[in-house]
Write a protein that binds this ligand. Structure first.
Ligand code: PLP
Length: 379
């Protein structure tokens, strides 16, 4: 089987990640932060080390500013619902995933004004358009993804953050498709919050994600409960990070696996990214050479995360993905990819598209298998 759905979840997981998860399940049985006996302390220590590895990878100076969440969806919900109030105004790009679009729709029903800035046909949100909207009325936040899960387009987050900050607004980023695939340095990118998945480009297990919060930004807590440690007699959540935003027993195997993935990416990320970029170039140029197919997003040569999404003039996207799986053993994803906004932006809401999410473990031979399959299907 040739797995080309890394945009949904990376697979298979690297050996060190698998080993770390197994170690957590077999050796770290104690509940982290809930006990002073050796087994519980070992879990706490392993989580501390994983947080340090993730912070080092993502350029976060203080590990306490990096919160473990159950995924990017949970992180986006906390980021948005925790920072926006009725009466606030938010400016958002039109390429967002439902992990952002749905919480914003919820907030809009509660009285938050949501202004959507349409991206260009390649999926790029023009900072000048955002600046115009942010300057038009007092704005609490600019919200934008780091990269599109439909087109692979990389957004100009640094420029958008500058615009937001010049107007006294927060910069809130959905980095699900950025972290791991891009060299993310949050200290220089300077968002106020950055949510990401642990199981996509980050190469960790499913069920774990991260939320970075700039020092000083406090969110309204969304989940209250036990945090271990001191002050258990208080009915208020602790003020300190990360405990304030991490109520309940931690996903120790997921966190420890993500920590191992972050350490691996720190050591070998540049090599992995170069290999991914070469496969993406091969696939992108190869698809463009097949009559009837086009590729969404930026043209070859323009930076993108490793996503190549294709549309055929006449063939149905669901049918293509079905045949790829059935006849060629290729796992690729058709449909709307949980991002109807992005499909609407690039004009594929009606026809859908077939997404090839390239990643760790893919080979040039697998890319060539995809290309010959598409050639046959189009002939
Ligand atoms: C851009 C984007 N945001 C958010 C998510 C949700 O991530 P998670 O599955 O970790 O909740 C995804 C997942 O596909 C995504 O592509």
């Amino acid at each position: 089987m040739a797995y080309f759905d890394h945009g949904a979840s990376s697979w298979p997981k690297p050996g060190p990640v698998v080993d770390a998860v197994v170690r957590a399940l077999t050796e770290l049985g104690g509940n982290p932060g809930r006990g002073a006996y050796a087994l519980a302390l070992a879990s706490s220590r392993a989580i501390l080390e994983a947080r340090r590895a993730c912070a080092t990878l993502l350029g976060v100076p203080d590990t306490r500013d990096l919160l473990f969440q159950s995924g990017c969806t949970a992180a986006c919900n906390l980021m948005l619902k925790g920072s926006l109030r009725p009466g606030d105004r938010v400016v958002v790009g039109s390429m967002e995933h439902n992990a952002v679009a749905r919480p914003l729709a919820h907030l809009a029903r509660a009285g938050v004004e949501v202004v959507v800035v349409k991206a260009d046909p390649t999926g790029l949100v023009d900072p000048a358009d955002v600046e115009r909207e942010v300057g038009a009325a007092p704005t609490r936040a600019v919200v934008c993804q780091h990269a599109s899960n439909l087109t692979g387009t990389v957004q100009l987050i640094g420029d958008l953050a500058d615009i937001a900050h010049e107007h006294g607004a927060l910069m809130l980023v959905d980095g699900a498709q950025g972290a791991g695939h891009l060299d993310v340095d949050l200290a220089s990118l300077a968002p106020d919050a950055y949510a990401t998945s642990g199981h996509k480009g980050m190469l960790g297990p499913q069920g774990i994600g991260l939320l970075y919060l700039v020092p000083g930004l406090e969110l309204e807590v969304q989940i209250e409960g036990g945090t271990g440690g001191g002050a258990s007699d208080s009915l208020e959540m602790p003020a300190e990070r990360p405990d304030r935003y991490e109520a309940g027993t931690a996903n120790t195997p997921g966190i420890v696996g993500l920590g191992a993935a972050a350490a691996l990416l720190k050591a070998e990320g540049a090599t992995l990214r170069a290999a991914e970029a070469e496969l993406v170039r091969r696939l992108h140029e190869g698809v463009l050479a097949i009559e009837g197919f086009r590729v969404l997003g930026p043209p070859p040569g323009v930076p993108r995360v490793p996503i190549v999404t294709v549309v055929h003039d006449t063939l149905d996207s669901d049918r293509i993905a079905y045949e790829l799986d059935r006849a060629y053993g290729i796992a690729a994803r058709a449909g709307l990819h949980c991002t109807p906004w992005a499909h609407e932006t690039v004009g594929t809401l009606e026809c859908g598209a077939v997404r090839f999410g390239v990643g760790w473990g893919n080979t040039a031979e697998q890319v060539d298998t995809v290309l010959s399959a598409l050639r046959e299907l189009a002939s």
